[in-house]
Design a protein around this ligand. Structure first.
Ligand code: UDP
Ligand code: MG
Length: 317
């Protein structure tokens, strides 16, 4: 291998992306050709689409692309496993064949021109290069506010994540090998990749709007993804609940003393309000606590079974 010329793979998870896939393939190919003729990537470089159990014509399109041009590859998962697992499936399937992988979404919301800079940083020794969005101009106020609040919460919980970084990143071969040794089933790549270590760097880019199709992350999925992130990376919620329980216990002792004094000094308490309020408050708190602990027990349950995170049905190479 000539020094500086890297075998680069793009890994693109796709779920019901028939509206965007042809255009995405075209744009990625243009980028690829440009990088090749600039001598930045080798002829063995490939664009690999991972079909995450799509119900539309996504796989047919991938098959056709592959037949037309072998630069395109396809990995078909046995069923829908979600974005994170689809991405991991792609990374793990191709990692033996390349020097570096760039992961990106099928809708090309992430500016593909940032790849040049990623390669440059990789060349300079960074094993992982994070794509970080510099602006959130195209997001709704709601998405912006929730996203930013979420990063703050994750930080407070002690999870190390890169601010405003989604799953647009370059990973070198060593980082990919290291990623494989993280055995957890509950996968939140954004939180796990920083745990790998090595020299890292960031590249800034602007995120566009989806050029066609709809978001595959409706609010419900977004919320569960967010909760997944916190509970996969941190045990602080359990600790918070223990401290809360302790504080409330202290308060209840103080209340007990206060009411005993009132009782013996002859001021009979009407009492109903305070009793009802505390029953509800404590009851609610207990349910919340049990719920949070249940979340973690559910996680442990899944981890002990260590089911495969993905099953590859077909690999077009
Ligand atoms: N995706 C996937 N499996 C899923 C849901 C989404 O592989 O179950 C892919 C999707 O095809 C896209 C990427 O994950 O390439 C990000 O999804 P999307 O663009 O809809 O999310 P948003 O940008 O709205 O957060
Ligand atoms: Mg998108």
């Amino acid at each position: 291998m000539k020094c500086g010329v890297k075998t680069l793979f793009f890994v693109v998870p796709c779920y019901n992306e028939q509206e965007v896939l042809n255009e995405t393939a075209k744009r990625l190919l243009e980028k690829f050709e440009a990088l090749k003729s600039a001598g930045k990537i080798s002829d063995e470089s490939r664009i690999c689409f991972v079909d995450d159990g799509s119900k539309d014509r996504t796989w047919e399109i991938i098959e056709r692309l592959h037949a037309e041009n072998p630069v395109f590859r396809g990995i078909k998962l046995s069923r829908n496993r979600g974005h994170q697992n689809a991405l991991l499936a792609g990374l793990m399937t191709v990692k033996g064949e390349c020097d570096a992988v760039v992961s990106l979404d099928a809708d090309l919301q992430d500016d593909i021109n940032a790849v040049d800079e990623m390669l440059q940083k990789h060349e300079e020794g960074a094993e992982i290069v994070y794509g970080v969005r510099s602006a959130r101009k195209t997001d709704t106020f709601f998405k912006k506010a929730t996203a930013q609040g979420y990063y703050k919460i994750l930080r407070l919980m002690g999870a190390e994540i890169v601010y405003n970084h989604a799953d647009y990143r370059l990973m070198g071969r060593r980082a990919l090998d290291a990623l494989e040794s993280f055995k957890e089933v509950n996968l939140f790549l954004r939180g796990i990749v920083p745990l790998i270590g090595f020299k890292t760097d960031t590249v800034f880019y602007e995120r566009h709007e989806r050029f066609a199709g709809e978001s595959k992350y409706p609010l419900k999925k977004m919320i569960s993804f967010a909760a997944e992130g916190i509970t996969s990376l941190s045990v602080k919620p359990i600790r918070l609940i223990s401290s809360l329980g302790f504080i409330i216990f202290m308060i209840s002792i103080a209340m007990l003393v206060y009411f005993l004094i009132r009782h013996f000094s002859g001021a009979t308490v009407a009492g109903w309000t305070s009793i009802v309020v505390s029953v509800w408050a404590i009851g609610g708190l207990q349910l919340l606590a049990i719920g949070v602990i249940g979340e973690y027990i559910g996680k442990i349950y899944l981890e002990t079974k260590s089911r495969p995170k993905f099953i590859v049905d077909e690999y077009l190479k």
